[in-house]
Structure formats: structure tokens, C-alpha cells
Design a protein. Structure first.
Ligand code: NAD
Ligand code: ZN
Ligand code: ZN
Length: 368
């Protein structure tokens, strides 16, 4: 079928919105008509570093929409269901089987090679191969092919614009708090970077009653938002020594920290700011190699762990987030600014500059 998609040809080129041909769903595939799609910093990073050999590509991995067709083998989702799209997983490897689906052994083949795992492209343009299958969706498009493992039914009460970021950024930040760190009420949690992921961590920590929440970000409007969402203290890293400031607040240091900046210097600040036996979750992607303060980790008995997608299994976790949102405890709207799909370059520029925390693109159904 003919769809509209935002094509990324290189790091420098703006998106080109064009008509492309999408395969009909195979037996295990669902066709989703997108209503909204969030922009995650990982889309910015991937646009910048995506290999030329598998370009042009259609990115986008925070889709929300309605199922319009389902292959014969699909059992858990039906035409007409309102859904959020997340990452794909195999469901059968040891990590999937124990509920740690973000560490699926087939994660890359299912989410990041630009084609289906068998090498076939899902999209073509003027007869030539177009890469897609990004996170099993490529949802910078009017329609996406997706799979039962990454399609979560959310009902029609939640606005798709609010629902879209649940598929990655919100799941990642909230899941890091609720599934991985699980800080108790007496904990002190420092979130480095108050973007979509960091602020989702702040909201989840506040909702779960964490006593002291601190947010660090150079952008004043983001610090302001962090304070509104539950951070007791916010720190401007340009205004003085961040580690000193955290120690003044906490005494021995923070019990928990999250890095969403992907900057080596900030990771070292986070390590230094931890109390003995504290835990740092690394969430920011593609941290360049740097000299880590190993001595502080070792002598303080500190734990550093990487976290993908909040260690969340989407079918269990996204409905929990929808419920928190319904209760008013996950006020996602405060992070979101809406853009027309055609303004995707503006949305990317605003995410990069810090002007918008979570851009969400909306589709004009009449022009799809
Ligand atoms: N691990 C995962 O599964 C996963 C999932 C989604 C996103 N990510 C990654 O998480 C990171 C955050 O994503 P996002 O969408 O929130 O991006 P974002 O750009 O909105 O947030 C990053 C924030 O870091 C702040 N920052 C920059 N320098 C800083 C400093 N010195 N100290 C403190 N803060 C600083 C920025 O101002 C910004 O607000 C990205 O690297 C993204 O690729 C990882
Ligand atoms: Zn698996
Ligand atoms: Zn993402």
C-alpha cells in the first residue's frame, strides 16, 4: 500500500516526506495507522550516526495509533485496537523468558538492521529498497508494520499524543526507577539530565514516594519542569561544583543516580556523588570512551549498571504507566509539545536545542 513517510538519507540532510510503498502485513505482522509519534533523543542520535550503507531509512520508534490489519498468526491484538508501539523481542531466549526483554539476544536483528531479520525490506520507493523496520515499526510514517511483541493495546481513553512516548522514553526513565533502582522512601535519587527520559524518572520517583529527588540540567526551563514534577532540588551544572552541591544536600552522597546525558564527565560526577554502596544506572546512549573513576566505585562499594528500556517488558509495564497517567501521577502533557508530521525537522531542531522536552508529531488523517 502507499503510505507517507519521513525519509532520512544522511546525517546532514533534512527529512524528506514522500509517498512510499509499504508491504502488506505478513502472517506475523500488524498494520498500524499512526496517530502520533514521539521524538526520542535516540532518533536524533541514530539520524546522526546511521550507516550510509543501510540508508535511506525511515526512523521513529515511539508510535501510537490504531490497528487496521492483522496477519493470520496474530492472536493477541485485533483490528480497531488502540495501541502503543515499543521495541521488539523474541520472547524465547533466556533473557526474554525471565522477563528482561530489553536484553533479548535478537534485539539488534529485530530492531536495528533496517530490514526484517530475514533481510527483506518492508518499504520501497520508486521500486528501490528503502530501509525501515526500526524498532519493528519505523513510525515516522502514516502507517507502520509491527509485531505482537512490540504492540501494546492501551484503549481509547488515552490521547495518542500522550501515549506515544510511553513506548520508549517514558518507559525507559520510569522503568529505570520502578523496575531497576526501586529506591525506598528514605532514598536520595539524583537524575542527571532533565530531558524526556530524566523527567520520566523524576515523575516515577515522585509517584513512588522517593524522599529526596534531585535533578541536574543546564537548561533553566527543564530544571523548572523537574521542580514542578517532584524534584525537591534542582542544580545548574554551570553554577558550581555539582558533586559538592549534592553532598551538601545529602551528607554522605546520594543513594541512587541516573545518567541520561551520555557524557563521560557527567558519569564521573554521578559516581562521585554516590554514597557508599550507592547505585548508578547508565541510560544515556553512546557514551564515548572516557577514564572512569574506578577507584571511587571500588572503594565505595558502588554499583554501576546499564539499563535498556527501563528493563521493562512492554506488555506489562506500559499498561501500568497508562494507569499512573489516568490517576494524574504521570503528567506527561507537561513534557509534550505537538507538531504536525510535516514539521518533523522543526521538532528535531527543538529537541536538539532543548526548547522542547518531548516533541510529538501528529498525523493529519485527511492527507495520509
Ligand atoms: N537506555 C535506553 O534504553 C534509552 C532509551 C531512550 C533514550 N535513551 C538515551 O537517553 C538519553 C536521554 O534521552 P532524552 O530523550 O531524555 O534526551 P534529552 O536530550 O531530552 O535529555 C538529555 C538532557 O541532558 C541535559 N544535559 C546536558 N549536559 C548536561 C550536564 N553536563 N549535566 C546535566 N545534564 C546535562 C540536557 O540539557 C538534556 O536536558 C539519550 O542518550 C538517549 O539516546 C536511552
Ligand atoms: Zn529474546
Ligand atoms: Zn528511544
Amino acid at each position: 500500500m502507499k503510505i507517507r513517510a519521513a525519509i532520512s538519507a544522511s546525517a546532514e540532510a533534512p527529512f524528506e516526506i514522500a509517498e512510499v510503498e509499504l508491504d502488506e502485513p505478513r502472517r506475523d505482522e500488524l498494520l498500524v495507522e499512526l496517530r502520533a509519534v514521539g521524538v526520542c533523543h535516540s532518533d536524533l542520535t541514530m539520524k546522526a550516526v546511521w550507516p550510509q550503507a543501510i540508508s535511506p531509512i525511515v526512523l521513529g520508534h515511539e508510535g501510537a495509533g490504531v490497528v487496521v490489519a492483522a496477519g493470520a498468526d496474530v492472536t493477541g491484538v485485533r483490528t480497531g485496537d488502540h495501541v502503543v508501539l515499543s521495541y521488539r523481542s523474541c520472547g524465547a531466549c533466556p533473557e526474554c523468558a525471565t522477563g528482561h526483554r530489553p536484553y533479548c539476544r535478537d534485539f539488534r536483528a529485530l530492531n536495528g538492521i533496517g530490514t526484517r531479520p530475514d533481510g527483506s525490506p518492508t518499504m520501497r520507493r520508486n521500486g528501490s529498497r528503502l530501509y525501515g523496520s526500526f524498532f519493528g515499526q519505523s513510525s515516522f510514517a502514516s502507517h507502520a508494520l509491527a509485531y505482537e511483541s512490540n504492540v501494546v493495546v492501551v484503549g481509547d481513553e488515552i490521547d495518542p499524543v500522550a501515549a506515544a512516548p510511553l513506548g520508549c522514553g517514558v518507559q525507559t526513565g520510569a522503568g529505570t526507577v520502578l523496575n531497576v533502582l526501586v529506591p525506598p522512601p528514605e532514598a536520595s535519587l539524583v537524575v542527571f539530565g532533565a530531558g524526556g527520559v530524566g523527567l520520566s524518572a523524576v515523575m516515577a520517583a515522585f509517584a513512588s514516594g522517593v524522599g529526596t529527588i534531585v535533578a541536574v540540567d543546564p537548561v533553566a526551563s527543564r530544571r523548572q519542569l523537574a521542580a514542578e514534577l517532584g524534584a525537591a532540588v534542582t542544580i545548574d551544572p554551570g553554577a558550581g561544583d555539582v558533586v559538592d552541591a549534592i553532598r551538601r544536600l545529602t551528607g554522605a552522597g546520594a543513594t541512587h543516580a541516573i545518567d541520561t546525558t551520555a557524557k563521560g564527565a557527567v558519569v564521573n560526577q554521578a559516581i562521585e556523588a554516590l554514597a557508599p554502596l550507592g547505585t548508578l544506572a547508565l541510560v544515556g546512549i553512546r557514551i564515548p570512551d572516557f577514564a572512569m573513576n574506578v577507584q571511587s566505585v571500588m572503594s565505595g562499594g558502588k554499583t554501576i549498571r546499564g539499563v535498556i528500556e527501563g528493563d521493562a517488558a512492554p506488555h506489562e509495564f506500559i499498561p501500568r504507566l497508562v494507569e499512573l497517567h489516568r490517576q494524574g501521577r504521570l503528567p506527561l502533557e507537561k513534557l509534550i509539545r505537538r507538531y504536525d508530521f510535516g514539521d518533523i525537522d522543526v521538532a528535531f531542531a527543538d529537541a536538539a536545542s532543548g526548547a522542547t522536552v518531548k516533541p510529538v508529531l501528529q498525523f493529519d488523517l485527511n492527507s495520509c
